[in-house]
Design a protein around this ligand. Structure first.
Ligand code: F0G
Length: 465
């Protein structure tokens, strides 16, 4: 037996079940369908023993904290993964040696001093999930769901995507020796993301529809063909994505921040993070929940409208339109789970304009961090929540940055060249709010004189940079 196998065999697996969020029907863990066989609603992974025992994997809160910390010094694949390091709170695989990992997770938490000043809060941090292997938070969920797909014997996995899920799925499928099928809305995902799917060998179909249309087509394809669906309706994806919240709490020495702010698209991620906070409280690792707030683009604001118009009872779908292509989603699949998390943690839901997103993205960049546009809705939303008094000046706030800056270089280039809003109704507003942040690249003669002149001009006109 290898060292890894020996240490793994000592592990007491979490006893989990799949439960329907609608009718409550319970099935065995490891099921192959991602929807309830009785009513068609979404499933979630539950751990029935935890409530009574307040233990996971046989350990109490102190035991879990100690074990997870200790694993940070290990070079075993399972421990090096920032997801599987927390395997006591994940569904157990039959064979832990068959996990598919790219050493995801372990993402940094950065202070954002100048963004904090812009938003009017004293303690502002970013947990940067764009620092994952394929450049987005999707990897933390994909390692779990792809491992379950392989365990289930699937040859094909598939997703509909605004780009990041497809990049991540294609990579993990390739590592597992599985084939992958990607459905993306034609012309609506960034080149960076599309090129990743191609590089990792996915069969990539650009459909003449939007994300919601791709999702509908895929739902039918998975009924007809033996492919495993790896969108965030897959409950195992959310289990992996939970670990970002666990990692965050560990980073804060198990003292919850006051607020966590996350972008909302299909609403899998907000559901996953909220589930983690609730579970960590149930297991006694934290004593207080952070408020989890969800921010959407004004043009893709289904959750905002759902909360405002129906109090979270009925989904209000929208025809989505936003330059933050990752969250251009009109009919979010996990809306019920997200509503539950908002209610349980006391979080808010807010929407932000295209110009506000662009400004926030430049502000995050100016703190030396960078992210893709969808991630920047968090800072834009925070500013609104501070203005409304929902977030207080002295409270601690963590923004979840979901994607890497290099996912969408086109947006950044257009922003700095001043082209982003050209010919749109936002042109004037953009000019007054964004110009001071624009740093267009210059073309110069190849002479030191020319460069020195630019340097002197920059120092004179813009000493703060
Ligand atoms: N941020 C980024 C960078 C994303 O790619 C997504 C979703 C979200 C936020 C929203 O997360 O859907 O869990 O609410 N991207 C999906 C995709 C839909 O296909 O890549 P969510």
């Amino acid at each position: 037996m290898t060292d890894q196998a020996a240490s793994i065999s000592k592990l007491e697996p979490a006893v989990s079940q799949l439960r329907c969020i609608g009718c409550g029907a319970v099935g065995e863990d490891g099921a192959k369908s991602v929807r309830c066989a009785q009513c068609g609603d979404l499933l979630e992974v539950v751990y029935p023993d935890w409530k009574a025992s307040r233990r996971a994997g046989g350990l109490d809160a102190a035991g879990l904290k100690g074990l997870w910390k200790q694993r940070r010094t290990s070079y075993k694949a399972l421990d090096e993964s920032g997801v599987w390091r927390f395997r006591e709170v994940l569904p157990a695989l039959h064979d832990w040696n068959r996990v598919i990992t790219l050493r995801e997770g372990n993402t940094p938490v950065y202070e954002l001093p100048s963004c904090g000043r812009a938003a009017g809060v004293q303690q502002l941090y970013a947990k940067h999930q764009g620092m994952n292997p394929t450049g987005s938070f999707k990897d933390t969920g994909m390692t779990v769901a792809a491992s379950f797909a392989r365990q289930g014997g699937f040859r094909w996995v598939a997703c509909a995507s605004t780009g990041n899920t497809s990049a991540s799925m294609a990579a993990y499928a390739a590592r597992a020796g599985m084939r992958s099928l990607v459905l993306i809305p034609q012309g609506q995902i960034t080149w960076g993301k599309l090129s990743q799917a191609l590089d990792y060998g996915a069969v990539t179909c650009q459909l003449k529809t939007d994300f919601d249309g791709c999702m509908r087509v895929l739902d039918e394809v998975v009924q007809r063909m033996p492919v495993y669906l790896l969108n965030s309706v897959n409950p195992y994806r959310l289990e992996g994505q939970k670990t970002a919240a666990v990692e965050l709490l560990e980073r804060f020495d198990w003292q919850s921040p006051d607020h966590v702010i996350v972008p909302g698209g299909n609403l899998g991620n907000s559901s996953a993070l909220g589930k983690a906070f609730l579970e960590m409280k149930e297991l006694g690792l934290i004593s207080r929940l952070p408020k989890l707030s969800v921010i959407q683009a004004e043009g893709a604001n289904a959750l905002v409208r759902t909360m405002r118009e129906t109090g979270g009872k009925e989904l209000v779908s929208v025809q989505a339109e936003t330059m933050a292509t990752a969250i251009r989603i009109g009919s979010p699949a996990s809306w019920k789970k997200a509503v539950r998390v908002l209610e349980a943690t006391g979080g808010a839901v807010e929407q932000v304009s295209e110009v506000e997103i662009a400004l926030a993205k430049a502000e995050i960049g100016a703190d030396g961090i960078g992210c893709e546009p969808a991630s920047a809705v968090t800072l834009a939303g925070l500013k609104k929540l501070v203005t409304q008094g929902f977030v207080k000046k002295n409270e601690s706030v963590v923004l979840i940055l979901t994607g890497n800056l290099l996912k969408d270089p086109d947006f950044t280039l257009k922003f700095h060249r001043g082209d982003l809003f050209a010919g749109t109704p936002h042109e004037e507003e953009a000019e007054s709010l964004l110009t001071h942040r624009q740093r267009a690249p210059m073309v110069l003669d190849a002479s030191a004189n020319a460069v020195v002149k630019v340097l002197e001009h920059a120092e004179r006109t813009d000493p703060a940079g």
